[in-house]
Design a protein around this ligand. Structure first.
Ligand SMILES: NC(=O)c1ccc[n+]([C@@H]2O[C@H](COP(=O)([O-])OP(=O)(O)OC[C@H]3O[C@@H](n4cnc5c(N)ncnc54)[C@H](O)[C@@H]3O)[C@@H](O)[C@H]2O)c1
Length: 269
């Protein structure tokens, strides 16, 4: 069994994976700056700040695979993002290289392509088109991952997570949903695949209305869920977005935020 460390294990996504591996009794190390509660028999908990170099070095001792969820998914302010998502990712990869970590599953985001128009179908080779500083920080993370593969042989799966929620509740989710089952399936596949190299995959379920195409990913994970199963319920109850641009751009309300200089009109054209 590979020695796996999950960072950001106390967050929304980490909590889903934690429950999955608890049910399987898979041995795992969990790290977060926040309290992770009591460890189950399969868990080893390590509390601390990954931006602290000594802590980071210690926490990677003996680790073969890092599932890197720690980060700031919320704030569009560059100052708040730079630490966890830029410096933190660079430091994580460099320490991983020094410590001999073989593979990183990097939690990237759909916001690296958020400025594409909704309905436009793109694969993992499409040029990045981020919708804010958060998306830009994930482009940086993917670039760091690529560089550490090319120069140092550290393998990476950059999983561009769509909307990791229990079930779809908005029209956008019918395209972007990543079910809890498929989230865990993507991560397990990324850990178990024999040879990964550098790969990018969109973290979405097999949604009928998906905009993102994984045929150019080598991971080959076969999804089990489809947001379409909820379409009738969602379309009957979801209210239209407050800003019409939310529906026009793949990044939704992250993409519609902060337009200036008349660019919003161009985006709608
Ligand atoms: N939730 C989604 O739908 C979604 C979509 C796209 C991408 N992502 C990415 O997936 C990852 C997890 O997302 P989430 O929604 O669970 O976020 P979250 O904010 O709920 O969890 C992030 C966790 O990281 C921890 N953390 C942050 N900085 C840390 C540090 N310096 N040291 C140790 N721990 C630290 C936080 O305490 C938190 O528990 C993020 O990188 C996010 O950008 C999530």
């Amino acid at each position: 069994m590979k020695h796996v460390l999950v960072t950001g294990a106390g967050g929304r996504v980490g909590t889903v994976l934690r429950a999955h591996w608890r049910a399987q009794q898979r041995a795992v190390h969990l790290c977060d700056i926040r309290d992770l509660g009591e460890a189950a028999p399969n868990e080893t908990i390590v509390n601390g700040d990954l931006l602290d170099a000594a802590f980071l070095d210690g926490v990677l001792d003996g680790v073969e695979v890092i599932v890197h969820f720690a980060g700031n998914p919320w704030n569009h302010d560059l100052d708040a993002i730079a630490g966890p998502n830029v410096i933190g990712v660079g430091d994580l990869y460099e320490t991983a290289r020094v410590r001999g970590v073989k593979r990183v599953i990097f939690a990237s985001s759909n916001h690296v392509v958020g400025m594409y128009k909704s309905g436009e179908r793109i694969d993992t080779l499409a040029p990045v088109n981020p919708d804010g500083y958060y998306g830009v920080s994930k482009v940086w993370g993917e670039a760091v991952a690529r560089m550490y593969w090319e120069k140092h042989g550290v393998e990476s799966l950059c999983l561009r997570i769509g909307s990791s929620v229990p079930k779809p509740v908005s029209e956008r989710h019918l395209s972007t949903w990543l079910s809890p089952r498929d989230l865990c399936g993507f991560i397990d596949a990324g850990i178990d695949i024999e040879t990964l190299g550098f790969d990018i995959a969109y973290g979405i379920s097999g949604n009928t209305r998906a905009w993102w195409d994984n045929s150019t990913s080598r991971l080959g994970y076969r999804t089990v869920d489809n947001a379409e199963d909820y379409a009738r319920e969602v379309l009957a109850t979801a209210s239209p977005p407050a800003n019409p641009l939310d529906a026009l751009l793949q990044g939704g309300d992250y993409a519609s935020e902060g337009f200036t200089n008349g660019a919003a009109a161009r985006a709608q054209g």
